[in-house]
Design a binder for this molecule. Structure first.
Ligand code: PLP
Ligand code: COI
Length: 341
């Protein structure tokens, strides 16, 4: 199969229209059989639940080309499970996890020509999403929905790729206790737009959100979980009910323990402790592991010993092992790699 004529190495994290997208509609209490379409537009009623009350949830995963030319994806079952919990929290019907995995496979297979080649540093980003489509004017859940999957080839999320970024402690909150921070709902990202635009204006790459109740504990950024390394090489990640349970972070904890023989723990992290860490990174599907060199807290700088030039040594090992597993160079734990073709 011939690849599209794309300069894979210079891709950023943006949208490029691919040939096919998956669509399944929910009506009268059940999902239809689903289909692929070449139409990249969505036609819905002006009063659709998603437009009036933001009833929409989504997922993000990637397809990779392995060294031996296969196309694979990483732990799609966990994305399917997370979409299920997101949908339940917003009173939406669940798209069954086995159908979710099949739909991901079908959509990527149809867009094979857009899956970046091995070694290009790029991948095919897969965005499953679901939204309420029928008219809703009183505040209540919709009765009809669409589940769709779009794909787009992407490069690094942060400009500069693996170069350490500078972030700031945000004065805005991302998620409330007992709210929706733990699910992947569009509303959490709408909340973060003003904060990210302002951070960029002030010269920062991202926001570090603290817990909304006490503003003393590290939560996450707008699009990734945190990962820290202590001076004695222990991997630590924040535990909170109001952060997204990152699949990358959960995988990295396993990689740290089982592949690298490191101690790794998920626990509450007081912001006061951050200055004691040796390395800091942001982890997620889009971010992979993006190193953080500096955190600015209202003018006070925390500069990690790993510096502003390259990833710290433990972050680098975690990065190499995770991406090695995702690209088939390193043997994966059972069930982590779903072969597409
Ligand atoms: N946190 C937020 C707010 C995110 O949007 C994402 C991206 O999906 C993550 C964390 C990382 O999650 P994952 O590793 O499952 O992509
Ligand atoms: C992902 O990593 O898949 C996300 O959804 C994060 C988003 C900021 C692009």
């Amino acid at each position: 199969m011939e690849k599209k004529n794309i300069d894979w190495g210079s891709l950023g994290f943006g949208y490029i229209k691919t040939d096919y997208r998956y669509i399944s509609e929910y009506k009268n209490g059940s999902w239809d059989e689903g289909t692929l379409s070449t139409d990249d537009t969505v036609r819905i009623n002006e009063c659709a639940g998603v437009l009036q009350y933001a009833q929409t949830v989504f997922e993000g995963l990637k397809a990779y080309t392995t060294e031996d030319g296969r196309i694979v994806t990483f732990r799609p079952d966990l994305n399917g499970e997370r979409l299920k919990s997101s949908a339940e929290r917003l009173e939406m019907p669940v798209f069954p996890v086995d159908r979710f995995i099949d739909a991901v496979v079908e959509t990527v297979k149809a867009n094979q020509a857009f899956v970046p080649p091995f070694g290009s540093g790029a991948s095919l980003y897969i965005r499953p999403y679901m939204f309420g489509t029928n008219p809703v004017i009183g505040v209540k859940p919709a009765d009809e929905y669409q589940f769709r999957i779009l794909t787009t080839p992407v490069g690094p999320y942060f400009k500069g790729g693996a170069k350490p970024i500078t972030i700031r402690v945000s004065d805005f909150d991302r998620a409330a206790p007992h709210g929706t921070g733990h699910i992947k709902a569009g509303l959490n990202y709408a909340m973060s737009l003003h904060a990210i635009v302002d951070a960029h204006k002030q010269g920062f790459d991202e926001n570090m959100y603290l817990d909304a109740a006490t503003r003393t504990k590290v939560e996450e950024t707008g699009g990734a979980n945190f990962l820290f390394v202590t001076k004695d090489n222990k991997v630590v990640t924040p535990k909170s009910d109001s952060i997204l349970p990152s699949i990358t972070r959960r995988s990295l904890i396993y990689v740290a323990k089982e592949y690298l023989g490191l101690e790794a723990e998920e626990r509450e992290i007081p912001f006061e402790e951050v200055k004691e860490f040796a390395e800091c990174g942001l982890c997620g599907t889009a971010a992979v592991i993006s190193p953080v060199g500096k955190i600015v807290d209202h003018g006070k700088e925390i500069c990690f010993p790993s510096g502003m030039e390259k990833m710290g040594p433990v972050t680098q090992k975690l990065y190499d092992t995770l991406t090695g597993i995702q690209s088939g160079k390193i043997e994966a734990p059972k069930g982590w790699i779903k072969e597409i073709c």
